[in-house]
Design a binder for this molecule. Structure first.
Ligand SMILES: Nc1ncnc2c1ncn2[C@@H]1O[C@H](COP(=O)(O)OP(=O)(O)OP(=O)(O)O)[C@@H](O)[C@H]1O
Length: 637
């Protein structure tokens, strides 16, 4: 059976092309400029072998002209142009890309040129002009031809082609812009600044100059001597200006770019006032080749912890901006990194707003992650002061990275963490801590609290310090989770000073015995605290303090603090254990009040002890006035 070819309803298809592919109208200019660049690239390629072209690389340009009276915007190039047949084939057939064909022929051919960078491939970009125009007129003269042709279309109704006059080879795309509506101001595309912004945003790195007539102002020369004292007068004049930077800084060799150039690019491009802390310039060739220029800011962006701050790197393909914030290029734990990535190896989707498949993106993202990590490790090893400043800004992000994704990134991030050391009295890495561990030391100890000073005074901290061990002091809410997620460093388990696991078996046994002996008293303490604690027991951790708080079950005291800050999670509570030191005079006073039958006093002492334990652990009291009154009452007796 003969196979039939699919037919397409071309009018409908064009409607779809115009209205459904792109989410953002403004990209029409990017598409037309890219076409102009492709046309120039083709003639430029020809000029390598054909002397008759008579133009050198420096003679090519793309020109943008606005005519406010006529309501037209024109994109002109002096590229290869189109003859009648090319106009029919390329602009009369949807999804036919002369540029793709040119590229394929080039790849098949003997002569290859690295110096050609064709952008078009889908054969649809041109039609985006109809998103902003009522009528599009194309006047083109092909290289090698004396005749020029005019292609005119108002969209779905079709097009006409007639002969016309054009002195030079190349193409003019003349758009008669639509009338403004309430929602859309098409006339902005006739204004200098919006046009300049669009060119800068999407086409800044097109390799040929994009020129535009701009209005400038200059002082009028004074003619009369008398005029010298008068305020200067200005006149405006028009000048053709190249708007685009053309060669992206990341295309240049590192040796050609000074620190000042990098810093200036960063500040202008990412709107920062201060130089970055680190610049990472990458140029790799491999499964996927790409260039990248990444920056680690030297301070915390003001909106960093708000929802306004979006993670992501700018993604370019052949110098054309594809995405402003491509989140997939940088992992959440390095979201502070700003920068650009440029690759010719991406399979773009038809609108160039997304990528067809993320495999290439994954390859680039994982390479970028490794490079950022390597740079941070280098900074940590060689520029400690600078690294500590970085950690002060973004260390918390790394910590969230450790606990995020169920700990998937903890191994990559653990070397980058810094914690305050009780013995060194400065920040240290986990590896540095391990290198200082005593021979008999089983665990890596840490203690959590609001400030270093407060953590240092915790009864549990004092107990471990008394044994001569170093303790890491953690003051961020997420720290307890981080340590639990890390679990160990090279087999050395990480333990909180509040953990029961760290107590010696003999000390544990002695405390259990004492708890049994004082069971009645301890049950009384629990009862008088009316459900606030799960248990009262004699503490196995020797120390000079009467009381401390620990927890039982999966939720630690630090986790409770962490969740208390999160909306909807305030109900997550730790089960409190009130630990009393049996050797402290306060325990003797409590016991004697209870044994002598003064339950009122014993109850009040229990309240005071619990409140103190809460305060020491960094919790606020439910009723501070009642606590103060109680203490005053007891002291004044
Ligand atoms: N200014 C121009 N000069 C010469 N040829 C042009 C010009 N503009 C468009 N063309 C031709 O028309 C074809 C179709 O253009 P169109 O913008 O629709 O698609 P494309 O650029 O090939 O691909 P894409 O949709 O990926 O941009 C181009 O491939 C090219 O051959």
């Amino acid at each position: 059976m003969a196979k039939k070819q699919f037919k397409a309803e071309s009018k409908r298809l064009l409607e779809l092309m115009i209205h459904s592919i792109y989410t953002n109208r403004e990209i029409f200019l990017r598409e037309l400029i890219s076409n102009a660049s492709d046309a120039i690239d083709k003639l430029c390629y020809l000029s390598l072998t054909d002397d008759k072209v008579g133009l050198g690389r420096g003679d090519f340009a793309i020109t943008i002209t606005q005519d406010k009276d006529a309501g037209t915007l024109t994109v002109s190039d002096n590229g290869i142009g189109m003859d009648k047949q090319a106009l029919e084939e390329n602009l009369g057939v949807i999804a036919k890309s002369g540029s793709l064909q040119f590229k394929e022929n080039l790849e098949k051919g003997e002569e290859k040129s690295d110096d050609i960078d064709i952008i078009g491939q889908f054969g649809v970009g041109f039609y985006s002009a109809f998103m902003v125009s009522d009528t599009v007129t194309v006047i083109s003269r092909a290289y090698g031809s004396d005749t020029a042709y005019k292609w005119v279309s108002s969209g779905a109704d079709g097009y006409t082609i007639t002969e016309c006059e054009k002195d030079t080879v190349g193409t003019d795309i003349i758009m008669k812009l639509k009338a403004d509506t309430e929602d859309e101001h098409y006339s902005q595309y006739l204004e200098e600044w919006p046009l300049r912004e669009l060119i800068k945003k999407y086409s800044n790195y097109i390799r040929y100059p994009i020129q535009m007539m701009v209005t400038k102002s200059r002082p009028i020369e004074k003619k009369e001597v008398d005029d010298e004292n008068k305020a200067p007068e200005y006149e405006s004049y028009q000048e053709l200006e190249t708007i685009n930077d053309r060669v992206p800084i990341w295309h240049k060799k590192k040796s050609e770019v000074s620190d000042e150039d990098y810093n200036q690019f960063y500040k202008e491009h990412f709107f920062d006032f201060t130089d970055p802390a680190k610049v990472i310039h990458i140029s790799t060739e491999g499964v996927v080749s790409y260039e990248a220029l990444l920056f680690i800011p030297s301070h915390l962006p003001r909106d960093y912890f708000t929802k306004d701050y979006e993670r992501g790197l700018q993604l370019y393909s052949s110098g054309v901006l594809i995405m402003d914030k491509c989140a997939d290029l940088i992992p959440e734990h390095f979201r502070f990194v700003r920068g650009v990535v440029d690759s010719q190896d991406l399979s773009l989707n038809i609108s160039r707003e997304m990528l067809q498949q993320d495999r290439q993106l994954q390859v680039i993202a994982s390479s970028i992650e490794k490079k950022v990590k390597r740079e941070l490790v280098k900074m940590l090893e060689n520029e400690r002061e600078q690294y500590e400043a970085f950690f002060k800004n973004f260390g918390i992000q790394l910590k969230y990275g450790v606990v995020g994704d169920y700990g998937a990134h903890k191994d990559a991030l653990k070397d980058l963490l810094l914690f305050y050391s009780s013995t060194e009295e400065k920040l240290c890495t986990l590896a540095e801590y391990v290198s200082r561990m005593k021979e008999d030391q089983k665990y890596i100890y840490y203690a959590c609290g609001e400030t270093v000073a407060k953590v240092d005074r915790l009864p549990q901290t004092e107990a471990i310090k008394a044994k001569g061990y170093e303790v890491l002091y953690l003051t961020d809410e997420v720290d307890d989770f981080v340590m639990q997620m890390l679990h160990d460093v090279d087999g050395k388990e990480i333990k909180s000073v509040a953990s029961d696991d760290i107590v010696d078996e003999s000390e544990k046994k002695a405390a259990e015995d004492q708890t049994k002996e004082n069971k009645e008293l301890l049950d009384f303490v629990k009862e008088s605290l009316d459900g606030k604690i799960k248990e009262a027991r004699v503490s196995a951790k020797p120390g000079s303090h009467a009381v401390c708080l620990s927890s039982d079950g999966g939720v630690t005291l630090e986790m409770e603090k962490y969740f208390s800050m999160m909306k909807g999670e305030e109900g997550v509570k730790a089960e409190r254990i009130l630990e009393l030191s049996a050797s402290h005079p306060m325990f003797a006073a409590l016991k004697s009040a209870y044994d002598s039958g003064d339950k009122e006093l014993a109850g009040k002492l229990s309240q005071v002890l619990f409140s103190q334990a809460q305060l020491i652990a960094g919790f606020s009291l439910e009723d501070p006035t009642a606590y103060a009154d109680l203490v005053c009452e007891l002291l004044s007796k």
